[in-house]
Design a protein around this ligand. Structure first.
Ligand code: VGL
Ligand code: ZN
Length: 182
């Protein structure tokens, strides 16, 4: 989820501590799994979540800017799907990857159902926002969800712990990428 320059130290507009250190593990996952997809936060200037528009975040992931591009080392050519979210200035449900769409306007749930996916392994940024919301909506949509806890970081540490508990009590599984067996 949202593995983009603006969420990465040292100079992302909304840098998540330690977020840049996940790239090798995430790339290993992309190689390991038969299918993979990534979401991107893709905001317009007038997005509700920006401080200047009354929201809680500094301006980040502006459409067509370097901050909205994926981490430069991410194996994005190996992804089956890339989806964008957060492009509607007023859509307040947009932390979830399930609000994201492909270039052709197909929503994540539809992409997954058409691919016959039953189980979703979730990694990326940020644990307490996009990753949390995606895992919880995946469970609500009826998918099995596995959070890869060593492949994500929170904006706020305590909120990250809380997110893990919420995902677990919602029926999600918490695992480490190093424990995956195929
Ligand atoms: C996110 C903060 C602001 C996220 C998006 O995708 O986790 N967090 N916008
Ligand atoms: Zn955002």
């Amino acid at each position: 989820m949202d593995y983009q320059n603006d969420f990465l130290p040292p100079d992302g507009a909304l840098a998540v501590p330690g977020g840049d250190e996940l790239v090798d593990r995430i790339n290993e996952l992309i190689e390991l799994f038969p299918h993979s997809l990534a979401t991107r936060d893709w905001h317009p200037e007038n997005h509700y979540s920006f401080e200047e528009n009354g929201g809680k975040w500094p301006k980040h992931c502006l459409q067509e800017t370097r901050g909205a591009e994926f981490h430069p080392h991410l194996y994005q050519e190996k992804l089956d799907f890339k989806l964008k979210k957060g492009f509607d200035p007023e859509d307040r449900s947009d932390y979830s990857g399930f609000s994201a769409e492909t270039e052709g306007g197909k929503e994540l749930a539809k992409v997954l159902r058409e691919a016959g996916a039953e189980r979703l392994f979730v990694a990326g940024l940020a644990l307490d926002y996009c990753v949390r919301a995606t895992a919880l909506s995946g469970l609500e949509e009826g998918f099995q969800v596995v959070l890869l806890e060593d492949c994500t970081e929170p904006v706020n540490g305590d909120d990250g712990e809380r997110a893990i508990e919420e995902i677990r009590s919602g029926g999600g599984e918490i695992a480490r990428s190093t424990d995956l067996e195929f």
